[in-house]
Design a protein around this ligand. Structure first.
Ligand code: UFG
Length: 336
């Protein structure tokens, strides 16, 4: 396998930083661009070339691609919060769709050969059936999903017209932290269920809100397919290898375990890992939430030969909680 130089956009963020570790572990040369709007400089290993800046800055991106002799891009940079996208849709079209347009344009001009894009299950909207297959209808119900679907479409059209191939990985709910404790979710103003529940478990929050208990699901709360971030990072490395080895083909695939858990089931796992129950407050539905998202993952397993190592909610929650405790220790003032 020709391990070509890779530029990771958003490599100082949650998923991007785990992908950087997985790429380095597998021996790929890596560089990172991140504007640190949500990422953190310490999340990038010191030996990885780091550029602080926005992917919409075309002159900067073209300079990096030249300096690093980049042949592949893993593109994570973007805005990721579903309810925020409902409130601020134009931010999402700017940060996700327009910024990706600038990045793809720079990549085409510089002759980049492979682009692997962070897409999302939110591209499907509220699916009629689960598990969801990649070819099922894509009718996003929030601007976040729409902004990502537009980028997929740009990549499809651009890859047909220019000499590069692309992959789009549609993530389901990403959670957990590097099992070796090297990385985890930092981010300011967390919104994701497991992150928030872990913050509550370590005392950073007083309670956990459950958004919606009247969904047509087994216990009335939303069902999601939670995937460990390190399994997802491995899927990226495998997908990039596949793109390098199949330069005339593209890859679009779901990334999930094919198993759904309700909000209450996830909170039970957090209570178990924590050893004591969190206070749960039942609230109304949150804008933009589909009732149930579960991945059909046959493409991921058959095309890439990917096998998850951490497909267990107790492992996901355990790693997330360990990371949250570590963050808390770092914040605590040194004992005198
Ligand atoms: N939830 C709560 N309380 C909270 C936070 C979340 O009840 O404090 C609920 C939500 O309402 C939802 C579920 O937990 O039902 C999961 O919510 P998250 O915010 O953790 O994640 P989302 O499902 O909204 O979104 C995530 C990613 C998207 C991706 C989507 C696909 O952020 O990028 O999963 O499943 F598209």
């Amino acid at each position: 396998m020709n391990k070509v130089p890779v530029l990771v956009t958003g490599g100082a963020g949650y998923i991007g930083s785990h992908a950087v570790l997985a790429l380095e572990d597998a021996g790929w040369p890596v560089a990172v661009i991140d504007d640190l709007s949500n990422g953190s400089r310490e999340a990038v290993p010191p030996d990885v070339p780091f550029y602080e800046g926005n992917i919409a800055d075309r002159a900067l991106v073209e300079r990096i691609l030249g300096e690093q002799r980049t042949q592949a891009i893993m593109h994570f940079a973007g805005s990721i919060v579903v309810p925020e996208s409902v409130e601020h849709p134009l931010k999402y079209y700017a940060n996700n769709t327009l910024a990706s347009h600038a990045l793809i344009s720079a990549a085409v001009a510089a002759g980049v050969k492979h682009i692997l894009f962070s897409s999302t299950a939110a591209t499907y909207g509220a699916p009629e059936r689960v598990p969801i297959d990649e070819d099922d209808p894509k009718i996003p119900i929030n601007p976040y999903g729409a902004s990502k679907l537009m980028t997929e479409r740009m990549l499809e059209d651009a890859a047909a017209a220019h000499p590069f191939n692309y992959g789009a990985l549609r993530y389901f709910n990403v959670a957990g932290a590097d099992p070796e404790g090297r990385a985890g979710q930092r981010g300011k103003g967390a919104t994701h269920l497991i992150k928030i529940a872990c913050e509550a478990a370590v005392g950073k929050r007083g309670h956990i809100a459950v958004y919606g208990t009247d969904y047509p699901t087994r216990d009335g709360t939303c069902i999601r397919d939670y995937i460990h971030v390190s399994d997802l990072a491995e899927a990226h490395v495998a997908a990039l290898g596949w793109l390098v080895e199949h330069p005339a083909e593209n890859l679009v695939m779901n990334c999930g375990y094919g198993k759904g858990l309700s909000v209450l089931e996830v909170l039970d796992a957090v209570d178990k890992a924590n050893g004591s129950p969190l206070e749960r407050i039942m609230e109304g539905r949150r804008a933009g939430d589909p009732p149930e998202l579960v991945a059909g993952n046959a493409r991921l397993t058959s095309t890439l030969g990917w096998r998850p190592k951490f497909a267990d909610i107790d492992i996901i929650v355990g790693d997330a909680l360990r990371w949250e405790r570590k963050l808390l220790e770092r914040m605590a003032p040194a004992a005198s």
